[in-house]
Structures are given as C-alpha cells and as structure tokens.
Design a protein around this ligand. Structure first.
Ligand SMILES: O=P(O)(O)O[C@H]1O[C@H](CO)[C@@H](O)[C@H]1O
Length: 310
C-alpha cells in the first residue's frame, strides 16, 4: 500500500488561505541566507508560515524565515509570485524529500520560472565579496557518488523522466535576462559575473585544501544548498536560474606558510610570527547578505518584469 501524498493537503490549505489572484504564481523565488528581504518588492503580500503546511519542515538556520510569501510584482495587474522565505538544508537533519518538497509544491501551484538565490564562498580569486554570480553549471559531489541525489528512489510521477538531463539545467533565457536587467539598473560591469557552483553538504566550511580542490575541479563558488532544488525543479519542468552572492573568500592566497621553516628561523634566533588563518562565520555571511539585499531585490524584481508572461 502506498502512503497518501501530502501534496493535496498542502495545496488545500493554500487554497483556503489565499485569494484566487495569488493562488497560481507564475514565478518562484527561493531566498538564500540573509536574503529574505528579496520578497519586500512584492505587494498585496500574503504570508503562510511553513508550520501551517503539511510536508514543510522548519528552517533552523539564522537568516532563514519559515514562510511562503505570495504577492505581485511589476506594474499594472502585476505578476503573481511566490517566495520561499527560508529553505531547508540536508545538514539541518532534513531528509532530501523535505528539502525539495516546497519546490514540488511550487511546481504544482503553476510556477514556471524559478529564481533561486544563495550565499556562497568564493573559489575563483577574480570574484570579489559582494559579487552576484549567475550560475551557469554545477558540480555536485554528493550527487555524483553518494546518497544525496534527490531523485534516488521510486519516481514521484509517471510524467517525470527517469533520467533527468542536467546539461541545460541553468536556463539560458533567464540568464540572458539577468544581464539585461543589470544593464537596465545601471549595475557596474563587475557586479554580476558568471560561474560554476560546487555543492557540498556542510555544515563545516571548507578547509583551504578542499577549497583548492574544488577550484581545481572547475568551480567558482561553493555552498551548502541549491543543487537539490535545481534538480527537482528541472524534473518538474521549470526554467531555473540561480543567483549566488559571494559572501566570503574560500581560496586565500599564501595560506600555507611552513611552520617547519618558522621553527628553524626561531632556533636561529630570528623573530617569528606564526601565521593566523582567516576564518569565516555565518555572521559574516549574513552581513554581506544585508549589504547586498537591495541590489539583489532590484535585480530579481527587474528580471521577473522582463520574463515574457503569456
Ligand atoms: O545556501 P544558503 O541557504 O544561502 O546558505 C549558505 O550560508 C550557510 C553558511 O553560512 C549555508 O547554509 C550556505 O549554503
């Protein structure tokens, strides 16, 4: 006997809480760490706490609220949008099916274009803190070999392909709009870059060797989220774009000073200064999110206005 799907009850609750003009959002937004204010460009907002929705977990990470915000963006009647104020990460102890459950609900509500945001560590030395990276591809070590691919297991629908191709995971249509929107908003050229996202499980930040390894493998930024959401959104047939805000450098030049050489110098009577490794904290990550919240908000709103809505 198969267990009953929770989707129907989640959708029923939403139908009971929302006015009809907000119940079929065209565009979805996932707000990354410290980026929940992205939804402040919505008007006529109706927030539904995750606690009211079967199948949703609770976001336990600081900088992630636990609610869906429904509202309108853009002039005239406006475009109906839903924003996830807070996401679930596997490192919080959530099952992968919980991590991606909201994405499946967004698909069932009618979302066709999904804009996912996140905070990330910079691997590419050309990416300054504060750069917004339009993700063009990903490298998902937990997906390739381990048990963290969200599509492992029985198919959730006979309408989904068993083998989901990911060579086109990152919508060229939406990525083009991101750069046009940045131009429209007169952003500096280096405010928006392109790159590859490496997904790691976290919750530890990378060692310097891991950072160099991921860089050598071709990644530009690294984070602990997003890829399961992208994979499921693709399976559900959505167009997906990811905007990743670089909040801290991971690959730091000259981090390996030899302690052996320092001790030799010490023994030779020379003054010694032991190296201090820079460390990152989630507070640093949230602080950069706050600094760039307005730019991210403007960018996302402008992209949504530019999507052809027929
Ligand atoms: O990816 P988001 O949710 O934006 O958060 C990023 O920030 C947290 C670490 O500071 C990790 O969860 C990492 O993935």
């Amino acid at each position: 006997m198969t267990s009953p799907s929770p989707y129907a009850s989640t959708l029923d609750v939403l139908a009971g809480l929302l006015p009809p003009h907000l119940l079929q959002p065209r565009v979805g937004i996932v707000c990354g760490s410290g980026l929940s204010t992205l939804a402040s460009s919505l008007r006529d907002v109706h927030e539904v706490p995750y606690s009211a929705l079967d199948g949703f977990g609770k976001s336990t990470v600081e900088g992630h609220k636990s609610a869906l915000a429904f509202g309108l963006i853009g002039p005239g009647e406006g475009i109906p949008v839903v924003a996830m104020l807070g996401r679930f990460h596997p490192y919080e102890g959530h099952k992968l099916s919980t991590v991606v459950y909201p994405i499946r609900i967004l698909a069932k509500l009618g979302v066709r274009d999904l804009i996912i945001t996140n905070a990330s560590g910079g691997l590419n030395p050309n990416l300054a803190v504060g750069t917004i990276v339009v993700i063009q591809d990903h490298l998902a070590l937990p997906n390739l070999t381990g048990p963290l691919n969200p599509l492992l297991g029985p198919q959730t629908s006979p309408d989904h392909p068993r083998f989901v191709p990911l060579s086109d995971a990152y919508s060229t249509k939406l990525r083009r709009l991101a750069f046009l929107a940045a131009h429209d908003l007169s952003f500096d050229d280096d405010a928006l870059a392109e790159g590859v996202y490496a997904w790691v499980s976290g919750p530890t930040y990378e060692t310097p060797a891991e950072g160099r390894f991921l860089r050598a493998a071709g990644a530009d930024v690294v984070g602990m989220s997003t890829v399961p959401e992208v994979v499921v959104a693709k399976e559900e047939g959505m167009e997906v774009m990811v905007l990743s805000l670089v909040t801290n450098p991971v690959v730091i030049p000259d981090t390996y000073r030899s302690i052996k050489e320092e001790v030799k110098a010490e023994l030779a009577g020379k003054p010694v200064e032991l190296p201090v490794m820079p460390v990152v904290s989630h507070d640093d990550v949230l602080a950069v999110g706050r600094q760039k919240a307005e730019a991210m908000k403007q960018l996302v709103a402008r992209i949504i206005e530019m999507i052809p809505h027929v």
